[in-house]
Design a protein around this ligand. Sequence first.
Ligand SMILES: *[C@@H]1O[C@H](CO)[C@@H](O)[C@H](O)[C@H]1NC(C)=O
Ligand SMILES: *[C@@H]1O[C@H](CO)[C@@H](O)[C@H](O)[C@H]1NC(C)=O
Ligand SMILES: *[C@@H]1O[C@H](CO)[C@@H](O)[C@H](O)[C@H]1NC(C)=O
Ligand SMILES: *[C@@H]1O[C@H](CO)[C@@H](O)[C@H](O)[C@H]1NC(C)=O
Length: 560
Amino acid sequence: MSLSIKANNLLVFTITLLLISSSLIYGQIPDESCPSSSVSRANSNSGNCNPKVYGDDPRRIVCVCNVQSCPPIGDVIEVKNGQVTVYESNQDGLRFLTTTLNQSVSSNEVDPVHGESCGEITVHSSEIVIDTRKTYQKIIGFGGAFTDSTGINVLSLKREVGKNIIRDYFDKSGLNYTIGRVPIGGSDFSTRPYSYDDDHPGDLNLTHFALAEEDQKYKIPFLKEALELKPNLKLFGSAWAPPAWMKTSDDIAIKGGLKGHVGGEYYQAWADYHVKFLDAYRKQGIEFWGLTTGNEPIHGLLFSLFNNLAFSPEQSKDFVKENLGPTLERTGYWPKLKIIMLDDQLLLAPIWVPKLLDDSDTAKYISGIGFHWYANNFLARFGQDWLRKSYPDYFWMSTEACEGYRLGLDPEKVILGSWKRAENYASDIIEDLNHQTSGWVDWNMALDTTGGPNWAGNKVDSPIIVNSTANEYYRQPMYYALAHFTKFLPPDSIRVDASGSYNGIEHTAFLTPDENIVLIVMNSNEFPVELNILGDLEFGVKLIVSPRSIQTIVTKRVLR
Ligand SMILES: *[C@@H]1O[C@H](CO)[C@@H](O)[C@H](O)[C@H]1NC(C)=O
Ligand SMILES: *[C@@H]1O[C@H](CO)[C@@H](O)[C@H](O)[C@H]1NC(C)=O
Ligand SMILES: *[C@@H]1O[C@H](CO)[C@@H](O)[C@H](O)[C@H]1NC(C)=O
Ligand SMILES: *[C@@H]1O[C@H](CO)[C@@H](O)[C@H](O)[C@H]1NC(C)=O
């Protein structure tokens, strides 16, 4: 299937992207049933994907990496004046198809075509106007988590294959990640529940504190590899649970809080525990940029699914004020180290944020608000917008997300080749960014074909799935969805206004430090949408966004 749109050559610079999916993949000549305009396109290539199809649906495609072959996506092309570069991935199997288009006819204006009929397909039209003078938040970065399971899966491959996973995430030829989340001790994505001081109940001075075998085998080596590729990597730690003896439940996984009262010896020991962790990693040459106040405090209040520690908003406020903050200050970590509050569902933010930030003695220690995506909905966004206005000085960061997590609703934890899951990632990132979020951090970077290991049976999906039997790994559609953002939005990119009419097109726009305009759009319709892009560009751009696709469009900014 292919399609092109007739351009209004005198008034506009028109870019027609052919719907080439099937023709490119299967090497057929495009069937141009519509009148074609003179378009200059070059540099088409298809994203270094070595495809493998799962099941009966030919669109369930992953990209295979093995001993024979594992090319990375590749570096992004530097865009020049008079050019637009378009990167496209879609359900039909395009993976980062890169097209550079030259300006042939220039104009400030585009004559939008509404519902133009081309053969049997009605083209729906949409318009986006970019205003770079209206700016919002800056990007801090994108990343993933160094879970024990990630390390275990990387190590289950031959070294020559496994080492490419770290490259695929942190090298600029891959996702060019700039953030890493590090569980402090074990999480459910470990093969056992553990802390750094399990066997000495009452060791409030933490004399027996010691990193675990898991740190030495599954975390530190890969953190070092990532740091070699990205010396400025921003790492932040999150603790799931303290030693069982510090908890009211005397069990790592049974719900409960710290013993005693806030400000008391257990709370102080828990603050000291964080410092011991930072010290131990510093000894390994690994410095942290941030620390959350603990993974999902609500889990420990309500459930007993895996490693947890309960904090009410009130306790959290007092813990930061009386123990964590002063302890990090006394040991010289704070204020350089960013303290990130919440690290739990976005929906909870309206309860937690005012509690901590209205108390100036607590608020002074806090830099940002971390949230998880599992309960994101319009109410959560409503709360985020309101809080953002009331507390404008704190950054927002999505600190955990994954697919296949819904109990009961996701019987298949790993779905290889699922485009729907790629769309869910892209849609959430777009929403987050459009609600002033500065970073997005994925959960496990690599899981096995069942979505584990996970000692508590809480398996999920991941953008990279490892098949150790075949000594290969698969880059899922989710991996490519991430690439459409992470490779184009370096730290300090600033979100700019992009408004218009949509037809089911989700989008977000940024200005990078290099003065590039980056527009990311997703079409989750089953039909193509013609997109007119106007505003602070050298020229109006008109292109076709194929059905079920994600596109990143890069061009130079010109202020008008
Ligand atoms: C686009 O412009 C570049 C640089 O001027 C040139 O090298 C390239 O051949 C042009 N491509 C097309 C398709 O016109
Ligand atoms: C902890 O250290 C302090 C000061 O060194 C000491 O007085 C105290 O007895 C120690 N507590 C325990 C439980 O070892
Ligand atoms: C993993 O590799 C084995 C051996 O080649 C193969 O039989 C199996 O189907 C693969 N699993 C998946 C999920 O691709
Ligand atoms: C990769 O990330 C670094 C920040 O670590 C950034 O400076 C650089 O511009 C990025 N490279 C590309 C090609 O986006």
